[in-house]
Design a protein around this ligand. Structure first.
Ligand SMILES: Cc1ncc(COP(=O)(O)O)c(C=O)c1O
Length: 393
């Protein structure tokens, strides 16, 4: 709290002191050492995956880590290994178009600084990743949400999107597969976005952190890297290698040649100001990529088993709406019983000791009766969490 004799804090965000009810209840469980089932867990290091522990630790203790040779874009060999990752996926990109950052949040923050003046606007998907709002506030820009249409496989509602664009709109954020709806951007949507980007001079930023986690056969993804309009692609090892603690993400810069050249020069100035990525992880990256299949196959197997359990749960609960996600680590459940979502989540935690996300934190209307659960929870816990939700209902 500010008193008269102390400096004022910034008004970038609204500070509400204290904890919310759900958080306070969890804290009381922790204090009294009571167990609960966490159906929100999305930290891959806490869900019983088997990592090549010794190999990973060995990779990050190279003698060269004792020297500092900063490069604003990130070390060349690290960037080359990212080029190799995309090559395996069938995309040809250049290491010259990559910038390393310590997280995708930092990548967003750089891009907002690159593209927006204070007070200009960004558009974020709703429902969508909750951090976009806060990141925008911290960088002094306004945000507005555009709707994804629940009744049309969560496709972009272009009428709504059109109505949200103003002459201050600079960035349109996209997430594919989207968190939490699990929907994928279609080529028809991408064509329309291309027109919007060109006619309204809006830059697209695509978050593809879940792109290696697809749940249906033959899902064609398309090339976001070679475009004649500005698009940045953000990804990183917090999902690709399930190593969020290692702090390494990247930005790929794409767009028309002249624009792209100046863009990279400007972005280099921003990156050079922070130089935030540690040397040990950059040196380790080429080796770490070798473990991608081993780590991802465990997660994909986990998700597929949990999705099967969820299908069974869904078919025995006719009042619950559920659309199978096409990708990502989350599923959305809808029901009148989940109204009001925050109150439902609180009562579920209080009575059954099961934690779920109220949908409203992802931008669902509070009266939509939506909750969000993580698909990477350990399968036994996932199953018993759903059984407890059943009992509660
Ligand atoms: C859509 C999306 N992007 C990015 C991230 C986080 O990435 P990082 O750990 O690199 O900040 C998350 C985390 O859950 C996410 O859901």
């Amino acid at each position: 709290m500010n008193s008269e004799n102390t400096p004022r804090f910034s008004d970038r965000f609204e500070f509400i002191p204290g904890e919310n009810d759900l958080y306070s209840l969890l804290e009381s469980f922790k204090r009294s050492e009571q167990d609960w089932i966490d159906l929100t867990v999305s930290n891959p290091t806490k869900v019983g995956l088997v990592y090549p522990r010794e190999a990973i630790l060995h990779s990050i203790e190279k003698p060269e880590s004792m020297e500092y040779d900063p490069n604003p874009k990130g070390m060349l060999n690290a960037r080359k290994s990212i080029v190799g990752y995309y090559k395996e996926k069938g995309y040809n990109i250049s290491e010259e178009d990559l910038f390393l950052t310590s997280s995708s949040s930092e990548a967003y923050s750089y891009l907002i600084k690159l593209l927006c003046n204070p007070g200009e606007e960004v558009l974020i998907p709703s429902p969508g990743y909750p951090l976009f709002e806060f990141l925008s506030l911290l960088d002094g820009v306004e945000f507005n949400s555009y709707k994804l249409d629940q009744n049309d496989s969560w496709k972009i509602d272009f009428e709504d999107l059109g109505s949200k664009i103003t002459n201050k709109t600079k960035i349109l954020f996209l997430v594919s597969p989207n968190n939490p709806t699990g929907s994928l951007l279609t080529s028809e949507e991408f064509e329309k976005l291309k027109v919007i980007s060109k006619t309204k001079k809006i830059t697209l930023i695509l978050d593809e952190v879940f792109s290696d986690y697809l749940h249906e056969e033959n899902q064609n993804q398309f090339d976001f890297f070679h475009t004649d309009f500005p698009i940045f692609v953000v990804n990183g090892i917090s999902k690709i290698l399930a190593l969020p603690q290692m702090k390494l993400s990247w930005i790929h810069v794409g767009g028309p040649t002249n624009w792209k050249k100046e863009c990279k020069e400007r972005l280099e100035i921003i990156s050079d100001t922070y130089l935030s990525v540690g040397t040990p992880i950059q040196l380790a990256l080429p080796e770490l990529f070798q473990w991608r299949n081993m780590i991802q196959s465990q997660i994909l197997r986990r998700i597929r088993r949990n999705l099967q359990i969820l299908e069974n749960f869904h078919s025995s609960h006719t009042g619950i709406g559920y659309t199978s996600p096409k990708g990502g680590w989350y599923a959305v459940l809808r029901s009148e019983s989940f109204l009001n979502d925050k109150e439902f989540s609180f009562r579920l935690l209080e009575k059954e000791k099961v934690l779920v996300h109220p949908g409203s934190i992802f931008g669902f209307e509070e009266d939509s009766g939506s909750i969000v659960i993580s698909l990477i929870s350990e399968t036994e816990l996932f199953q018993s969490g759903l059984e407890k939700i059943s009992t509660f209902l």
